[in-house]
Design a protein around this ligand. Structure first.
Ligand code: ZN
Length: 296
């Protein structure tokens, strides 16, 4: 019932049934619960949504990192292929036919695939890195092989006749000749003044010092690997049989002993005891020398 304050008007009464009162109260409680629960739910939802967006952003970030890793892996592989090619080129330059690189890489490596799942993206990268690691190991072995060859080559080169025993004009070359004596000339005659120094053309052991028919005063140096050098028509020796000599060591002086028409050096290079053309052995470096070695 509603009664006006000044009492001038009639009282206004409304009959409200009990069930309506219960219903309204129930509706009010339900509405409060609904509003409350939807508020809670929406706050949970918005928090989840924020997490979701964060996860998406993080995922993109990770994808970008994986992509950059993948690109880097490709670069590593390309660098490895180039390294192997250079390795092979170096072997070719050195004339190492039987020293092929131990690294077998193909240029057709797979480009990294773009996948949605980070796991699917990581696997190829991991595989590539494992392959790269293995290839690096092979490359290391290959380089160790090359280093071994270079060291062996250096040692062998020291024992290979590779320079002039003295500088001068070649007045008579290797091979058949008619002057000054008809026959096969077993070495080269290098013009030099009397008393000029004669240098050994490789490391070795002096195997003969003395007089030989036709050659006069002669020095023979054994260089191992079946090679020896002979210096003839000398005037004086500076070494004796059994002396160890190094490339460039003085072994004798130029003279006119034996069948000689004037002071000069008769120089021979022998292989297995047989004279070979010494001209090929007057100017050698380790590369050109390596081509004269058998079984490299
Ligand atoms: Zn001669």
């Amino acid at each position: 019932m509603l009664i006006p304050h000044d009492g001038s008007g009639p009282a206004f009464s409304v009959r409200v049934p009990y069930f309506a009162l219960y219903f309204l109260t129930g509706l009010l409680i339900f509405s409060v619960c609904l509003v409350g629960s939807s508020f809670v739910y929406s706050s949970i939802l918005s928090r989840r949504l924020a997490h979701y967006y964060q996860a998406i952003a993080k995922n993109r970030e990770q994808q970008a990192i994986i992509n950059s890793f993948s690109l880097e892996t490709n670069r590593v592989q390309t660098a490895l292929v180039e390294l192997q090619q250079q390795d092979n080129q170096l072997r070719q330059l050195l004339g190492l036919k039987s020293w092929q690189s131990k690294v077998k890489l193909t240029r057709n490596f797979q480009k990294s695939q773009l996948a949605d799942e980070p796991q699917a993206m990581i696997e190829p990268v991991v595989q590539k890195m494992q392959t790269a690691h293995q290839k690096l190991g092979e490359q290391r072995e290959s380089l160790a092989d090359l280093k071994k060859w270079v060291n062996q080559a250096r040692e062998r080169f020291a024992n290979t006749p590779s320079c002039w025993p003295l500088y001068g004009r070649i007045v008579s070359s290797f091979g058949y000749r008619v002057y000054p004596w008809r026959g096969f000339h077993t070495g080269v005659d290098i013009s030099a003044s009397y008393g000029s120094a004669i240098h050994c053309t490789a490391d070795g052991l002096v195997s003969f010092v003395g007089w030989q028919q036709g050659y006069g005063k002669t020095v023979i140096v054994d260089h191992g690997y079946g090679k020896s050098t002979l210096y003839a028509h000398c005037s004086r020796f500076t070494v004796s049989r059994g002396t160890k000599v190094k490339k460039g060591n003085l072994v004798a002086y130029v003279g006119v002993t034996g069948n000689s028409t004037g002071p000069h050096l008769h120089y021979e290079v022998r292989e297995g005891g047989q004279p070979i053309n010494p001209v090929a052995y007057l100017n050698l470096n380790v590369l050109t020398a390596s081509r004269t070695w058998k079984g490299n």
